[in-house]
Design a protein around this ligand. Structure first.
Ligand SMILES: [Fe+2]
Ligand SMILES: [Fe+2]
Length: 431
């Protein structure tokens, strides 16, 4: 007789391997799920976002100083103390807008992967873990969205980094080197991958290697963001966004553990992959590498394609908070993005650290191609290449830069409504 919940080997089964036979992995999963349930930060995050009022913390830093928009660039050095505070807060908005996008995808993929894994005996524990994590991600998104949208609305009256809720099958990197054809192709690939992961346990497990890599990148930055609150002299009165960074990081450390256990340990309880399954697994990692092949100085720590951020930076420089005119805004952008400066070295260093940690993370996975094991696409990044790309893109950007003052359709978002346009125009009169 099998113990309750275990694979019943006296009856016919499709497999003789059971996850529950691997006592060590099961124990790790049980502990991770139990502790995550006990520490779940979603109620605290809901409370914090409901209490958020931008006016209460608009004069303070929300992150350690180096986590500021365009930190260590000529713009940063030319900024007044109050402009630096704004750049610090906008880093928070920009950074977590990207995290929202990643977590929208995570919720969907947790669910399709759980569907794929639940087709095996004994995977209830894994699927319960994923259910809890999905509901936590919804709480995280709610907190990030509440703060980011309030800030953009109050300061600019329109979106800069945020976006209306979107489908999971869109570019995860919200500032990407893309166009309509690439976007369409990406959504086909994602939909195909999802269909495969919900039907195939090995591919479902592979998603966790990709998720682990993405979380690894997040962990590097989010740990430091959480330290701002951790080291704050007056914790109770610390700015709410810094408290959110802290509580989010607590939940995420459990997500990283589960990615690691599922992607590294659970996968061994499955049959060895077929050539097709290995090829799909490699495509998944390659997709992650391609998403992370660039570094940028606007938001050091997120691997956006810099030219895609130009319109937003231009709008910020032309806003009443910086008061640059058209020509001086473009000249400042040139000196930030095209002339070698300290920020480029810092961002390149972050990218290098991420690449090395990814290489280490995938080193024990035998089915990975050389390209993926060595993170070849990420290895191509260099400061020379970064400047070359920016120089080329900047020429085209200069000609149409002024149009970005009136709209935010640079990212393929819908045109502003006539009301928003009117608001943009009336704000423009202030400049
Ligand atoms: Fe999260
Ligand atoms: Fe997460």
């Amino acid at each position: 007789m099998a113990k309750e919940g275990e694979l019943n080997k006296s009856l016919f089964q499709h497999t003789d391997k059971s996850l529950l036979d691997d006592k060590l992995t099961t124990k790790k999963l049980e502990i991770n799920l139990r502790r995550n349930k006990e520490q779940d930060n979603v109620d605290e995050l809901d409370l914090l976002s409901s209490q958020f009022n931008f006016e209460d913390c608009r004069d303070e830093y929300w992150n350690p100083e180096k986590y500021s928009l365009l930190y260590a660039t000529p713009l940063w050095h030319a900024s007044s103390p109050s402009q630096k505070v704004l750049l610090n807060q906008l880093y928070w908005v920009a950074y977590y807008s990207q995290i929202i996008s990643a977590e929208i995808a995570t919720i969907f993929l947790n669910q399709t992967s759980a569907a794929g894994l639940y087709s095996l005996e004994d995977f209830r524990l894994v699927c319960d873990t994923l259910d809890l994590e999905s509901s936590q991600e919804r709480g995280h998104i709610h907190a990030f969205k509440t703060i980011s949208e309030q800030v953009e609305e109050k300061l600019f009256g329109h979106r800069l980094f945020t976006y209306p809720m979107k489908n999971y099958a869109t570019e995860t990197m919200i500032f990407q080197n893309t166009n309509r054809v690439k976007k369409f192709w990406k959504s086909i690939q994602l939909n195909a991958y999802n269909l495969l992961s919900s039907n195939n346990a090995f591919i479902a497990c592979q998603y966790f290697t990709v998720r682990g890599l993405r979380t690894l990148n997040g962990k590097i930055v989010q740990h430091e963001l959480s330290q701002f609150y951790e080291n704050h002299k007056d914790k109770e009165n610390a700015p709410i966004p810094s408290k959110i960074s802290y509580h989010h990081f607590l939940d995420e450390s459990y997500h990283f553990n589960s990615s690691s256990i599922i992607g590294h340990d659970v996968v061994h309880t499955l049959k060895a992959p077929t050539k097709f399954e290995s090829a799909i697994a490699n495509l998944g990692i390659q997709g992650c590498q391609l998403d992370h092949q660039n570094f940028n100085i606007s938001v050091n720590g997120i691997f956006w394609y810099e030219p895609a951020v130009f319109p937003v930076i231009y709008q910020i420089l032309r806003s009443p908070y910086f008061e640059y005119d058209h020509v001086s805004a473009l000249r400042m952008m040139e000196s930030c993005f095209i002339q070698e400066n300290q920020a480029m070295h810092l961002a390149y260093e972050t990218h290098k650290i991420a690449k090395e940690s990814y290489q280490q993370y995938v080193s024990g996975l035998p089915y990975l191609s050389k390209n993926n094991r060595e993170m070849k696409y990420m290895t191509r990044a260099s400061i020379e290449q970064y400047i070359k790309i920016n120089k080329r893109a900047f020429k085209g950007f200069e000609d149409k830069s002024e149009q970005y003052l009136y709209s935010n359709f640079s990212r393929g978002l819908p045109r502003d409504s006539s009301r928003e346009r009117e608001q943009s125009e009336s704000r423009l009169k202030l400049f």
